[in-house]
Design a protein around this ligand. Structure first.
Ligand SMILES: *Cc1c(COP(=O)(O)O)cnc(C)c1O
Length: 406
């Protein structure tokens, strides 16, 4: 369902045209969803939220009771998340960490470092002596594993299993473990192995990947005779924009993870979902400015566009949406623009044919002044958009319910 929740619908009714477009987040719905995810996870599986999916402080705070920590991918995210949700553990990942970012993370006492290359490992060890003297620094090399044994045909392993700038090549993993196990950098400690290989996978596919990662990581540790307390199996839980009702099966995923932990006593697993946690809690709400026919097709131009909600442009999908007709009378003496057919393509205000929010939407009778709520806009939406292109005003932001609930 991408229908706006009753709370969002009621709130939109209070907004004036000049308050639009607006992002409306239902924090109570987010908390319910996060509670469901957390309840599905067995013991010895930790849940970290990948902050890059949506780092709004209210979102981070609403998730706080349900997560064990947060995964941050830059020095900027690190500072921001520490401030928004102080006291919870952070894992610092992402390619191309600068010396200044690593030094800042060491000074901030970040709980875990996901190291992406041998160079980065050396740099971290070198900086630790100066910026965190006397402290143990927990390191999890991120490895780009070849997990595709044929059982994952057609699955988009976008982040790994093939040439990619992410993580260490498996051929470099032994060198990384050697550097962590010997006395080269006495402060650094091998805490585990990290892999985030795919995105958009169903529970069964993601479990196949997780099993392969664990098998590979335990063999690596055994080869070096070192303990392996943790394995991170990444995020990437599927969010289907073409079928909003089809949700990732957290119950099946949790049951599968329980089988994996049972087979590896003493091992803690960590998952770090982003999109599948927050996508469903946000709506981008706007109004129809104009409706017109062009060479046989009908278009509605809405206030705002992909400079606020870039998700459909980057993913190449039609953003699921709901029309909210308004009873407001037309204030002008000329005819009110309205759709004649039953399919309308919704576009924004940008002077580019790429500003497509949703194509051929069933929206018979759509009129200027009607409102449209684009759903599944709670992740990789506002924060990945090119806000300043064309210099239109920014949307409003409305967080419904309190982050703490109640
Ligand atoms: C982006 C990212 C995630 C989250 O991915 P989703 O597809 O949003 O679940 C997790 N781990 C790493 C390392 C990432 O880069």
């Amino acid at each position: 369902m991408t229908e706006p929740t009753p709370a969002v619908r009621a709130h939109v009714g209070t907004l004036r045209p000049e308050d639009l477009p607006a992002y409306c987040y239902d924090l109570a719905a987010l908390r319910d969803h996060a509670a469901h995810v957390r309840a599905a996870l067995p013991d010895r599986v930790e849940l970290y939220y990948a902050a890059k999916a949506n780092p709004e402080p209210e979102i981070l705070a609403a998730l706080r009771p349900y997560v064990h920590g947060y995964e941050v991918s830059s020095g900027g995210e690190l500072t921001h998340v520490r401030k928004a949700v102080p006291g919870l553990p952070l894992a610092f990942g992402g390619p191309g960490k600068t010396p200044a970012e690593l030094a800042g993370a060491l000074t901030a006492g970040v709980e875990r470092f996901h190291v992406e290359s041998l160079h980065e490992l050396h740099l971290l060890g070198h900086l630790a002596a100066r910026h965190a003297p006397g402290h143990r620094v927990a390191v999890l090399p991120r490895v780009n594993l070849p997990v595709d044994d044929g059982s994952l045909d057609g699955v988009p392993l976008a982040m790994g299993g093939r040439p990619a700038p992410f993580g260490l090549d498996p051929a470099d993993a032994d060198e990384a473990v050697r550097l962590l196990a010997d006395d080269t950098y006495p402060q650094l400690e091998l805490r585990g192995v990290h892999a985030h290989l795919a995105s958009g996978l169903a529970a069964s596919e993601l479990l196949t990947v997780a099993g392969a990662v664990i098998t590979w990581a335990t063999a690596l540790a055994a080869r070096h005779g070192v303990p392996l307390p943790e394995v991170v199996v990444g995020g990437g839980m599927a969010v289907d924009y073409t079928d909003p009702a089809a949700r990732f099966d957290w119950t099946a995923y949790g049951a599968g993870l329980a089988r994996l932990t049972a087979a590896h006593p003493g091992l803690t697993l960590r998952i770090e979902p982003g999109r599948a946690l927050t996508a469903y809690c946000g709506w981008y709400v706007t109004e129809v400015l104009d409706v017109k026919r062009s060479h046989g097709e009908e278009f509605a131009v809405v206030r705002g566009g992909t400079h606020h909600l870039r998700t459909p442009a980057t993913k190449g999908h039609d953003q699921p949406c709901t029309v909210l007709p308004t009873g407001t009378p037309w204030p002008h003496p000329w005819p009110r623009p309205a759709a004649n057919g039953d399919r309308v393509t919704l576009t924004g205000q940008l002077c580019t044919p790429k500003d497509l929010l949703a194509r051929h939407v069933p929206a018979a009778g759509l009129r200027a002044g009607d409102r449209v709520a684009f759903g599944m806009a709670g992740a990789y939406a506002w924060n990945i958009s090119h806000h300043d292109f064309l210099m239109h005003p920014r949307p409003g932001f409305h967080f419904l319910g309190t982050p703490e609930g109640g």
